[in-house]
Every structure is written in C-alpha cells, then in structure tokens.
Design a binder for this molecule. Structure first.
Ligand code: PSU
Ligand code: MN
Length: 303
C-alpha cells in the first residue's frame, strides 16, 4: 500500500474481502454545501451506500495523510471548518502532504486517492469542467484531466450550466473520456434532467455500466469514465428559474473579480442564496441518488 495512504477499518476490510466500495469526495462537504446540511448529507450518503451493501470511503487529506474512509468526527471537522479547509486539487497534494496539513479533496484528488486505494467507483454531485468564458480565462477544471488519466468511474448528475457544457463535452471527447447517460440520451444539467446536449452512450443497468468500465481497463486504455445520472423528476428544478439564478451568479462572480479555485464554491453558494435554498435541497437529493447507483455499479465491478 502507498506509504502516504490510510484506510479506515471498514474500507480495509471491504477491499481485502473483495466487497464493493464507493469513494466520496470532501470538497462537496467543505466548499459545496453550508454547515450543518453538509455534514448531515455526508453521513446520509454513507448510510445510503451501506444500505445498498457497499462500503463508503469518504476521502480527504487529514494531517498530511491521504485518507480513504473518514470517521464521523473527521466529517464533522471538515464540515464545520468549511471553506477554511484547503480545497485540494492535484497540484495541492504535494505541499499539503509534505507539511502535514488538511485538504478537502475535489473530484480530481478523490480519484487519485481512490485509485491508490484500489477503489474503482466514485459518487458525487457535480464535476468541474470548462467554465463559461474559458476562451479568455483558461479556467478549465483539473477534474477533466484526471478523468483522462486516472482509472476511476465518476457518477455525477451531469454538468451544471455554471460551466460551458458544449466545451466540457468537447474537452472530454478530445481526452477519450466516455460520457455515459444513465437511462438517458441527453446530458443531465444537475438541477434539471435536460440540457439540450447529447451524451456519447446511453446505458440502462448497473451491470452495463460496470462492463464498459471493465472493458476500458482490460484493453489497457486506462483513465476514467463519466456517468451522468439525472436527478429524480420529483426533485428537479424549474429550468427557467435555475438558469436565471445561474446567469445572475455568473455575472456577480465576474463583477466581483472572483477567479481561480474560488469560482466554483462562490457560484454554488450564490445560486443557493438566489434560489432561497431550493437548489440545496435538489443538490442533496441528487447526491443520494448518485450514491445509490454507485453502490449498485460497485457490486457489478468484478474484474
Ligand atoms: N460542482 C458541484 N459541487 C461541488 C463541486 C463542483 O456541483 O462541490 C466541487 C467538486 O469538488 C469539484 C470541484 O471537483 O468543485 C471543481 O472545482 P474547480 O472548478 O475549481 O476545479
Ligand atoms: Mn478552475
């Protein structure tokens, strides 16, 4: 095992006995949702995975150690500290580890640590992508490069239109990352089930999803796969309302000169305020939905 990595007893036992494991990120806890809903959701997501018969591995950097599997008090600590914890993407890991510091892991870093631990399936809410205006800002999330290189499947609710969805799909195509729609031909847009963009392939069962990922690895192609799972109809938001809030949030970020790693957390918090908290309720439900699917796919992930 990697000398910087610690597994929780639950995750170590599951991996040792070939039981299904699902990785979970921690930036969604510290930077993606407010306290205390962030902690409540993180614990509920873990329980949802256990109820499906898999082991949850919430991932973070604590005191310079790469952790796969956190205790409830470590989750509480990250959730309470919120944006005071370093949002840790690939480029942040070396210094955080060398200094023995904490980091909340983004999709990219969660994939890295999951792969080190031997975990193949990861559930979250949204992934980073190509930001609107990237043709001048060059703001393209490191999550996309990680999907190109690290062999972990990421199950999300599609991409939200804080991003340029068309450019995000182009980038993933260039990098050879399959974009799968779970039970849909259309890319879901996080808060809504439709975006106007097509996915590469529609797959309808956890077994089909697992088989495609296994084939990718066994052919030696490496890298990840993006599975987009639409938010359940009953929790989806009105498209005009959420798009108006997103447009306003993006305009505010531009006016305030928000940039770099602050952009995504700022937009998420602003959208939540502009929708009177309704976007948070949808966000929580779609994460639970993705966790359920991820546990089912992890059970089919037999190499
Ligand atoms: N999108 C969400 N919620 C989130 C994030 C994105 O709907 O919490 C987080 C994830 O951790 C993702 C990160 O990996 O933001 C992307 O940040 P950036 O755009 O700075 O790469
Ligand atoms: Mn960025």
């Amino acid at each position: 095992m990697n000398k910087y990595l610690d597994l929780s007893p639950e995750v170590a036992e599951a991996l040792q006995n070939g039981k299904p494991v699902v990785a979970l990120e921690s930036t969604i806890i510290s930077h993606g949702m407010p306290y205390p809903q962030n902690v409540e959701t993180a614990l509920r997501v873990e329980q949802t995975i256990r109820d499906e018969g898999a082991a949850p591995a919430t991932i973070a950097v604590i005191g310079g150690r790469l952790k796969a599997g956190l205790t409830p008090s470590e989750i509480e600590y990250l959730g309470k500290k919120g944006t005071a914890v370093t949002k840790a993407s690939r480029r942040d890991l070396p210094v955080l580890v060398a200094r023995g510091q904490d980091g909340a892991t983004t999709v990219a870093t969660t994939m890295i640590i999951a792969a080190l631990a031997g975990i193949r399936v990861f559930a979250t809410g949204g992934v980073g992508g190509v930001h609107r205006g990237a043709e001048t800002t060059m703001d393209i999330s490191a999550d996309l490069e990680e999907l190109a290189r690290t062999p972990v499947m990421v199950i999300c609710a599609g991409a939200k239109s804080i991003l340029d969805l068309g450019l995000t799909l182009e980038y993933l195509e260039t990098k050879g990352v399959p974009v799968i729609g779970y039970g849909t031909e259309e890319l879901p847009a996080f808060y809504t089930r439709k975006s106007g963009f097509k996915v590469d392939y529609r797959l309808d069962t956890p077994e089909e999803v697992a088989k495609a990922f296994i084939a990718k690895q066994e052919m030696g192609l490496g890298g990840g796969m993006l599975v987009t799972n639409p938010i359940p109809e009953e929790y989806s938001m009105d498209a005009d309302r959420i798009n108006a809030a997103i447009d306003e949030a993006v305009a505010d970020a531009k006016r305030l000169g928000i940039h770099g790693k602050e952009t995504t957390p700022y937009l998420l918090a602003r959208i939540k305020d502009l929708t009177g908290g309704d976007s948070l309720a949808s966000n929580i439900q779609l994460v639970l939905n993705n966790a359920r699917l991820a546990a089912r796919v992890a059970k089919e992930m037999v190499f």
